[in-house]
Design a protein around this ligand. Structure first.
Ligand code: ATP
Length: 377
């Protein structure tokens, strides 16, 4: 987001802020989850997730939903009795609104522009679970895009498509990514969509939300802080409170969905078909055997020549077949084997994870070869 778009900057804001921030944002009053409990098996459910009046696990009777605020409280100050209660941030985006004026005053940006942040958020979730899907401490990636009220429709559609295209380019099964349109909307929103991924264990789930926030956030922070957060267009002189399109996604959920998306089995092979761009190692380097000094020395040279460019792993355990299998399992897209022919003509075999095809390439062409492959993956 910040590298490919010249009008988006990144910030790293505070985890704990003044409690008024969370009053202004509306979280103290309404960051709530209604929770129902089964009277028989005592399993708990978010009321929004229930499609029937009975327990999905045992069919038992369900209690009326009770409402819980999911902000995580903490205290600031050292003197007992004088501490103030505040909250760990419930979402990463509030920092962006707080820093809007700092960014506007210090960086040469004109509206429309965006501020991004990746960071931890904390929620006292009532139903944590499903691996990384719902946690009490998780990582969000957010964009807040500030624009003129008259351009909201255009930018909403732009970011809705841009974010979907970004996820589609990363996933091996892009057909599992769909939009879910919200019918129940916040009072300031004209539309809201989720980007969902169809998981095999627990169905279609939200990975990122695209939200129409209008002038709600800057309006509220302006009211609670007493600071003018309006913007005057330098060309037309028009003064307005910037409107916001938000894209708010989960790093942990993306990671979980990428794993589910990439996992595949072919016979007795387990393959993590990760896009090379997100594979933890791009290349594995193997000397054909571990007990021939010249081969290990040469393999080490190749390893060092690639290591500074991208993550590379060296493996000399067991036989080559086993090494291929273990790299397939962690998603390494390419394996390079240094053999006796390498010592004679400075070429190696490069084996592709997905096709298992091998080709012979000169050592001095390797860096360029993998850089090209990565750029086009
Ligand atoms: P949900 O409806 O699943 O609770 P949400 O609509 O409350 O999610 P947002 O507040 O829009 O989620 O947060 C943006 C993103 O942060 C979500 O799309 C998701 O990827 C991630 N996220 C939200 N809550 C959690 C959580 N408890 N654990 C992990 N990721 C989360």
């Amino acid at each position: 987001m910040t590298v490919d778009h010249e009008n988006i900057v990144g910030i790293d804001g505070a985890i704990i802020s003044h409690p008024k921030v969370w009053e202004a944002s509306g979280h103290v009053k309404s960051f709530v989850d209604p929770l129902s409990e089964c009277k028989k098996c005592h399993h708990r459910f978010k009321a929004d997730d229930l499609t029937e009046d009975k327990c999905p696990d045992c069919g038992g009777e369900i209690t009326e939903p009770r409402v819980y605020n999911i902000l995580v409280p903490t205290e600031l100050g050292v003197i007992e009795g004088e501490k103030i209660q505040t909250y760990l941030r419930g979402e990463a985006c509030q920092n962006i609104y707080l820093n809007f004026k700092n960014v506007l005053d210090t960086i040469r940006l004109k509206i429309p522009f965006g501020i991004c942040q990746i960071g931890k958020a904390f929620r006292n979730e009532v139903t944590p679970g499903n691996f990384l899907f719902r946690q009490r401490e998780f990582e969000q990636w957010d964009l807040q895009w500030f624009c003129s009220p008259s351009e909201m429709d255009k930018w909403f559609e732009f970011w809705k498509k841009e974010r979907m295209d970004w996820y589609k380019a990363l996933f091996t099964h892009p057909e599992n990514l769909t939009y879910f349109e919200h019918i129940k909307l916040a009072h300031y929103a004209k539309k809201a969509f989720d980007i969902q991924y169809a998981t095999s264990p627990f169905g279609g789930k939200e990975i990122e939300g695209i939200h129409w926030r209008g002038d709600w956030d800057l309006g509220r922070h302006s009211e609670y802080s007493g600071k003018d957060l309006s913007y005057t267009d330098p060309e037309t002189g028009e003064k307005y409170t910037p409107n916001i399109v938000e894209t708010s996604g989960g790093v942990d959920r993306t990671f979980l969905f990428l794993l589910l998306d990439a996992y595949s089995e072919e016979g007795d092979r387990i393959i993590l078909k990760l896009n090379p761009k997100v594979a933890p190692y791009k290349v594995a380097i193997f000397p054909l055997v571990a007990n021939k000094e010249e081969l290990v020395k040469k393999a080490n040279e190749v390893f060092l020549s690639l290591k500074s460019e991208f993550p590379v792993i060296f493996d000399d355990r067991g036989n080559i077949g086993k090494r291929y299998y273990s790299q397939d399992e962690i998603g390494t897209p390419w394996c390079v084997t240094i053999d006796y022919q390498t010592l004679e003509e400075n070429t190696v075999t490069v084996r592709d994870r997905d096709t298992t095809k091998q080709e012979r390439l000169p050592v001095d062409k390797l860096l360029n070869h993998f850089q090209n492959k990565l750029a086009h993956s």
